[in-house]
Ligand binder design. Structure first.
Ligand code: GH3
Ligand code: MG
Ligand code: MG
Ligand code: MG
Length: 306
């Protein structure tokens, strides 16, 4: 964590005793925090959603909704689950302490408290929360990095292989089928050679977008390599897959890339294959689709072949 600066954090305290509220407000403001104090649980519940505290201090004994009940209500809200809650209470009953932690609190401080100790505990819990948030974010970023192709932002080859292998296993176990579509941009070298690599990159991105737009949510389109793409069409036999493949091919053929004084057209050749009961591995289907793609190229390109 960079320099710890209390002014970046909002602490929300709920206490039915006005003297306690004034005291807390004074201590925390003096320490540099943003602080908001509320007199009862209902007041907080009414404003939930409009305020996002970094930490909460709860009194335990309060009329109507007591601190324990309020803590449980807060922890049940998706947006508030991660907010650290510290109990600040005159009760030192062990049952209350245990119940407070069970309700989701991270700490329990008894009144009268030592100011420095309370501030130290607050800082510890805010730092822990911050580190947790950072870690969670880093994990999400890492997963995206591991599964996404950088240029096109669709799935990469590794992610495709993981999901397609799962599809293969389901098909085998449940005696179902699925199909595979592989396509490759026609005469792509011409685009690179005539207009430069950056224009080639734009073409690859547009093709990926069109492919993604042409399939259902449960199907997966990935960048297989250079200017080659691959699609797994769930629970689908070859005839239906052929319609999907032609839809992708037509969508890509509709791309109009304005370069210099004319519009550049992109076409793809497509090979498709269907899972067969006696297939031993995913490779066998990929290999059949790849051979079909090769035939599509030899037949004159811009077509679907099975
Ligand atoms: P064909 O119709 O037979 O497929 O002809 P082609 O010119 O498309 O031939 P090929 O598939 O062999 O050429 C692929 C070219 O794509 C070669 C490579 O330099 C280029 N390429 C691969 N990855 C990228 C990329 O990320 N960006 C750009 N701009 N070009 C790439
Ligand atoms: Mg009270
Ligand atoms: Mg090509
Ligand atoms: Mg190629």
């Amino acid at each position: 964590m960079a320099e710890y600066n209390p002014k970046n954090f909002l602490i929300l305290a709920v206490d039915d005793n006005s003297i306690n509220r004034i005291m807390l407000e004074k201590i925390l403001a003096k320490a540099g925090y943003q602080i908001k104090v509320l007199a009862d649980s209902e007041e907080f519940l009414n404003m939930i959603g409009s305020v996002k505290p970094d930490l909460m201090l709860l009194d335990l004994m309060m009329p109507k909704i007591d601190g324990l009940e309020l803590c449980r209500l807060i922890k049940a809200k998706a947006n508030y689950k991660e907010v650290p809650i510290i109990f600040l209470t005159a009760s030192d009953s062990k049952d209350n302490v245990i119940e407070a932690f069970r309700s989701g609190a991270v700490d329990y401080v008894t009144k009268p408290f030592n100011n420095e100790e309370l501030l130290a505990r607050i800082k510890t819990h805010i730092e822990l929360k911050f580190t947790r948030d950072q870690l969670r974010k880093a994990l999400v970023d890492l997963e995206k990095l591991a599964t996404t192709d950088e240029l096109t932002e669709i799935a990469n080859r590794r992610h495709f292989l993981n999901l397609a292998t799962r599809e293969f296993n389901i098909a085998k176990r449940q005696k179902r089928s699925f199909s595979m579509i592989i396509f490759d941009i026609d005469h792509f070298k011409n685009i690179n050679d005539n207009y430069g690599h950056p224009v080639g990159d734009i073409a690859i991105k547009l093709v990926a977008q069109k492919c993604q737009q042409s399939i259902r949510g449960e199907d997966l389109c990935a960048r297989w390599g250079g200017e080659e793409f691959i699609v797994v069409v769930s629970d689908t036999l070859i005839d239906a897959a052929k319609r999907v493949a032609n839809r992708i091919r037509r969508e890509i053929a509709s791309i109009s890339l304005p370069i210099d004084d004319h519009n550049f057209k992109i076409t793809v050749s497509v090979g498709i294959a269907q899972y067969q009961e006696n297939d031993k591995s995913l490779d066998q289907i990929v290999s059949r689709a790849d051979k079909a793609l090769y035939r599509a190229k030899n037949n004159g390109r811009n077509q679907v072949v099975l």
